[in-house]
Write a protein that binds this ligand. Structure first.
Ligand SMILES: Cc1ncc(COP(=O)(O)O)c(C=O)c1O
Length: 442
């Protein structure tokens, strides 16, 4: 197939690529030119099995007809409508569908264009909510070590990945962090939820004692920390966090940018863990990654608190030019429809055991110091090469790409999160390719 998109550009220098080793990439570019279902096609015509749903977002697989058609139709019918003081039907329809899908109690939706923007939106809602309620002293935000909440200033402030924070000054003030829950000593090779560490939620009590609850607005956590290398919460940890936040009037924000839309075998992580937050941050799988869009779901209590004062006044001074964009909304509706028709939001539960057994069969191979899994997420943690952290896993990534498999690596952790349409034999293919690579890695 020859299309304008697979003619290799002759100059790669202008595009400063995100979260990429630019010089390494531009010496030996890895270009995708097409994608269908579970596979990418490379510029040199090879098929690559998508072991990562793009970047944790293409949950229904690539180029799904319903989504493609909806986007084309919407662009021709109503391409754009002003997001402020004007509306269009599809944004309302999508918000209604999301409220139906979300856990009971999350009844209103703010739209954004990415996970990072969803995080900023949630943090601002939390701060403003307390202010409107007359508790303006609640200004502190609590995140967690190793957390990833996108790349904007609020997100990196509550986030806990040092490389994403250290170059950018003092960040937001009044932020504190709970400890992360990763514990290789006690929990290595856990299947599903690790047994040890629920008591780490009590660290929030320590932070409350230090600052006083009257100064704390919200706690934000990923139900399963993804980008930092798949850190699965210990059993009961999130329930404890919910109890402590409730006790102190602190809002609980779940960042479900990765765990949302079926990744854990339930519609949301909140469903998996049986814990309903006050605010839920989503993006990625909302539109199957095709069009940028995020959605922040909030409780009726939060929404209703804002709905006061003269009716001609704007209640919340926040929003984006593209909030609820018509084409993105159409993509979102078609994506939810595809998930529903194919039972994809619960497919991770059906395939969970096969996935778990397949991944854990890699135990004992060279360099493997942990394997963990939940839903259709998995991680293989490698012993770093002494003095050269990240090199071993990056080399596995390059070898996998050469052998027709897309994986993702963070530090020395291989993260896997395939589209939810993956077949059992494709799971076998991922594991056998990785097994071969692990045996030959330096
Ligand atoms: C938990 C979490 N929050 C936020 C983000 C940021 O999303 P985006 O890259 O769409 O801004 C990500 C992206 O991986 C994420 O995993």
């Amino acid at each position: 197939m020859s299309t304008s998109s697979n003619v290799a550009p002759n100059d790669l220098s202008a595009f400063w690529m995100p979260f990429t080793a630019n010089r390494q990439f531009k010496k030996a570019p890895r270009m995708f030119v097409a994608a269908k279902d579970m596979h990418y096609t490379t510029a040199d015509g090879r098929q690559v099995l998508d072991g990562t749903a793009g970047l944790w977002c293409v949950n229904a697989g690539h180029a799904r007809p319903k989504i493609v058609e909806a986007i084309a139709k919407q662009a021709a019918e109503l391409d754009y409508a002003p997001a402020f003081q004007m509306g269009h039907p599809k944004a309302f329809e999508l918000a209604n569908r999301l409220v139906d899908l979300a856990p009971d109690g999350l009844d209103h939706v703010l739209f954004t264009n990415s996970g990072s923007e969803s995080v900023e939106t949630a943090l601002k809602v939390a701060l403003a909510y307390h202010k409107v309620k007359g508790e303006g002293s609640r200004t502190r935000l609590i995140g967690r070590e190793r957390a990833y909440h996108g790349v904007n200033f609020g997100g990196i402030s509550v986030g806990g990945i040092v490389t994403n924070r250290k170059m950018f000054g003092t960040l937001l003030t009044g932020v504190d962090h709970m400890p992360h829950t990763h514990n290789l000593k006690q929990n290595a090779f856990s299947r599903g939820l690790p047994e040890h560490g629920a008591d780490l939620a009590d660290e929030l009590e320590r932070i409350v004692t230090l600052h006083d609850a009257s100064t704390i607005a919200a706690v934000i956590v990923e139900p399963v920390a993804g980008s930092t290398g798949v850190l699965i919460p210990p059993a009961d940890y999130l329930k404890r966090l919910r109890a402590i936040t409730k006790k102190h009037g602190i809002l609980l924000i779940f960042d479900e940018v990765i765990t949302g839309y079926g990744r854990l075998g339930t519609p949301f992580g909140a469903d998996y863990f049986g814990v309903v937050p006050d605010i839920m941050v989503t993006a990625k799988g909302l539109t199957n990654g095709v069009i940028p869009m995020g959605a922040v779901m909030v409780s009726a209590e939060i929404h209703d608190t804002f709905m006061q004062g003269p009716e001609h006044l704007i209640e919340f001074f926040h929003g984006y030019t593209y909030s609820g964009n018509p084409v993105a909304s159409a993509a979102g509706l078609a994506t939810l429809e595809t998930y529903k028709e194919e039972g994809l939001l619960t497919r991770g539960k059906e395939l969970g055991k096969v996935w778990e057994d397949a991944l854990h069969s890699l135990k004992g191979l060279p360099h493997v110091i942990d394997i963990r899994n939940i839903g259709l997420v998995g991680a293989i943690e490698l012993e770093p090469i002494a003095g050269q952290p990240t090199k071993r896993a990056f080399s596995a990534f390059l070898k996998a790409y050469e052998q027709g498999l897309l994986i993702r690596t963070t530090g020395d952790i291989i993260a896997l999160s395939p589209p939810l349409i993956i077949s059992e034999s494709q799971i076998g293919e991922i594991v056998s390719t990785l097994s071969g690579i692990l045996k030959i890695l330096d």
